[in-house]
Design a protein around this ligand. Structure first.
Ligand code: P6P
Length: 335
């Protein structure tokens, strides 16, 4: 049972039995992500000092090459995941191909693959807007004892065993699920400890906020245009409020707390939208469904899509169940 102010470490241990695969493995996975999140948080929070610490390509006072934060985040998450003898493969938004992890695993006994967007929304860093890390965890499907394959990564989101995000915002939070609801932990940076601040997070069934880049309006399919006009009409509980941060994790997190819908539809400029199925949409869709919300491509549940490529994109409608269902009604008129 979740207790407010429980630490993340206590929560993992007390809920380990819920992770049906075996003892200790969830702890290692989430602990690796917890550690990397703290390291990345430290770097993100001092990004504003880049003029003092040196811009990308410079060498800092320690003589280290100053790295782009998304490159640094990618390296930190991959490094901490590799060091746990539990992961056999990693895929990242920053890596063209998946990474086979066999440094300590010559016999290929490790069972899990992790997919990450190490620093989503990183273009917001220069303007001091929240960014996030998104992660998705599967059990491999090819036989233990053989090298990990692309098939282990191209699983439908319904197969995820855990997923979550870190939001580097006004406070740093780790929000994740292992299939038993969604829990949010807030970092106390003074002591480097995550505390359970948001137990059993739930999307309100409906809401008053819609999040979409309306600059693309003229390029959207008619169903999306009609839904946006529906949100803006003076009628019943509308007009809704438009809130779009340009950072998926931030818009999702606000909508999960207050109620709302996030849309990144396809358009005449982007035939499948912008967001990536495997390490953006699937983990956020798993969280959404675990929190009583909904996530689809406008027609079909995101988690039921069979992936075909590591970096494939999909249209994304996600948030309060009734709002996603209404948007789907408009999409289906023109399908
Ligand atoms: P646009 C950030 O690049 C991102 O992947 C999401 O975090 C964000 O919601 C979206 O793209 C913003 O895209 O095209 O509206 O700037």
């Amino acid at each position: 049972m979740a207790r407010k102010n429980q630490t993340l470490g206590e929560f993992i241990i007390e809920n380990q039995s819920e992770f049906k695969y075996s003892s200790g493995e969830l702890s290692k996975l989430i602990n690796a992500i917890r550690l990397a999140a703290k390291v990345v948080n430290h770097e993100v929070n001092k990004a504003g000092l880049v003029d003092i610490l040196g811009a990308v390509g410079d060498t800092n006072v320690q003589g280290e090459d100053q790295q782009k934060l998304d490159v640094l985040a990618n390296e930190k998450f991959i490094q901490t995941l590799k060091n746990r003898e539990i992961v056999c493969g990693i895929a990242s938004e920053e890596e063209d191909d998946f990474i086979e992890v066999n440094s300590h695993d010559e016999q290929h006994q490790n069972k899990y693959v992790v997919l990450i967007d190490p620093l989503d929304g990183s273009s917001n860093i220069d303007v001091n807007v929240s960014v996030g890390t998104i992660f998705s965890i599967y059990r491999r499907v090819t036989p233990i004892g053989s090298p990990v394959t692309l098939e282990d990564f191209l699983q439908p989101g319904r197969n995820q065993v855990a997923a979550g995000y870190v939001i580097y915002g006004t406070s740093t939070m780790l929000v994740y699920t292992t299939g038993h609801g969604v829990n949010g932990f807030t970092l106390n940076p003074a002591i480097g400890t995550f505390y359970l601040s948001h137990p059993n997070m739930q999307f309100p069934e409906t809401g008053q906020i819609y999040s979409v880049n309306e600059g693309n309006y003229s390029h959207f399919p008619q169903g999306v245009k009609d839904y946006i006009k529906y949100c803006q009409m003076e009628e019943e509980d509308r007009p809704y409020t438009s809130r779009y941060i340009g950072s998926l994790v931030s818009d999702f997190h606000r909508n999960m707390i207050k109620g709302g819908i996030y849309l990144y539809p396809k358009s005449s400029k982007a035939s499948e939208g912008k967001l990536r199925l495997l390490y953006e949409c699937n983990p956020m869709a798993y969280l959404a469904e675990q929190a009583g919300g909904k996530a689809s491509n406008g027609f079909k549940a995101i988690l039921d899509i069979q992936p075909s490529e590591l970096h494939q994109r999909v249209p994304f409608f996600c948030g309060s169940r009734k709002m996603v269902e209404k948007a789907e009604e408009f999409m289906k008129i023109y399908s």
